[in-house]
Design a protein around this ligand. Structure first.
Ligand SMILES: *Cc1c(COP(=O)(O)O)cnc(C)c1O
Length: 356
């Protein structure tokens, strides 16, 4: 299948940042992908152009009603120099599920994958090779029609931008402290919690700011109705190892269906672990901790991969998990998943896609 993606190459390639010292999401590659949508015309004019600002009318709907969705995935450079991505088809499937929820017209997933492949080939020198580094890829859609009426936009732009990023952890994986939020909520049943949309993040900033003030790096969200059942953390899904089993909140409509979450569940089952996807209350967690059955807590997401949790604060009480050290299962999952992603370990699930 050919999609006629037009290409305009930059005449002024940028100086690449020092890849031993990369800050998340600060530097962008030389090119970007853009495609437009207009009612009656559909998605059209897919093109790769030099990375540049875009011109939008101040009345563009995205500014007023937040009709926008995004994705996040990574490309890695293997030891032999080849560039690979991790389960990119899953990201474009989810992009369309988010699109559907936000009344944004679906995008041909094969075209999106081809656009990413061609963009990665053009900017392949931007994929860093140092241990722990990668090229973070941000596909997103914005509503661009200039009209202040509240109804789905008649015009959109789909773009892909890319940013070289460093290891999430400067000195190996380190446990984080999380604050169990019992004032603000992130999402409710029937809302947009399971869509990757900007509004979920805008709604979370206040809670994150207050948690930071108290020395916690992330917020653990409880369900929006009872403030009782655990949902997820910031931009990560959450897992608990309790009494020899692994428990993670079930996908109930208000939690994001993480691709790292899905991969971790598959890996754990492959290793023979019992994984329960179910409702888990904060009381059950506190009880497990008090009876010494809580063995590990870790978050999962594309940016950090695995983020062990060393301390949680709930209702004024602080609980230190395994003296604040990284759990052996968290460490093994991190090493295995990052090993598969960079081609250092075998890929029994066929997750890694070579870009060529
Ligand atoms: C993106 C995201 C995750 C993690 O998803 P991955 O596909 O594993 O990166 C978890 N929670 C929220 C709210 C997210 O936006």
């Amino acid at each position: 299948m050919s999609f006629e993606i037009t290409k305009e190459l930059t005449k002024n390639p940028k100086t690449k940042p020092d890849s031993s010292n990369l800050v998340f999401g600060k530097h962008f590659t030389d090119h970007m992908f853009i495609m437009d949508y207009e009612t009656g015309k559909g998605w059209h004019s897919p093109r790769i152009v030099p990375y540049q600002p875009i011109l939008l009318d101040p009345a563009a709907k995205v500014f007023h009603y937040g009709q926008t969705i995004f994705e996040g995935l990574k490309a890695f450079r293997k030891a032999d120099g080849t560039v690979v991505t991790f389960r990119p088809n899953k990201n474009f499937e989810r992009l369309n599920r988010s699109n559907e929820r936000l009344s944004i017209p679906a995008i041909d997933e094969k075209l999106a994958l081809e656009a990413l492949r061609e963009l990665l080939l053009i900017d392949q020198d931007w994929v860093p090779s140092e241990e722990g580094t990668s090229l973070y890829i941000r596909p997103f859609v914005i509503a661009t029609e200039s009209a202040l009426g509240v109804n789905p936009s008649e015009k959109y732009m789909f773009m892909i931008i890319m940013s070289p990023v460093g290891s999430y952890y400067a000195e190996g994986i380190n446990p984080v402290k999380i604050f169990v939020e019992s004032k603000y909520v992130r999402a409710v049943r029937g809302g947009v919690g399971n869509a990757k949309t900007a509004g979920n993040y805008a709604a979370s900033l206040k809670a994150q700011e207050e948690a930071h003030e108290q020395g916690y790096s992330q917020v653990l969200w409880l369900d929006g109705v009872h403030l009782k059942y655990i949902e997820e953390v910031g931009s990560m899904n959450i897992f608990f190892r309790i009494d020899g089993k692994v428990v993670t909140p079930a996908l109930n409509g208000s939690i994001l269906d993480g691709i790292t979450r899905n991969s971790i569940i598959q890996l754990l089952k492959h290793w023979g672990w019992t994984v329960e996807e179910r409702q888990i209350s904060i009381d059950e967690l506190v009880e497990a901790q008090k009876s010494d059955k809580l063995e590990e807590i870790f978050g999962t997401g594309t940016a950090a991969v695995i983020s062990p949790v060393g301390e949680i604060s709930y209702a004024g009480e602080k609980f230190t998990i395994r003296d604040g050290s990284t759990g052996e299962l968290s460490a093994k999952l991190y090493d295995t998943l990052t090993g598969i992603q960079r081609g250092a370990l075998e890929d029994p699930f066929g997750w890694v896609v070579e870009i060529k």
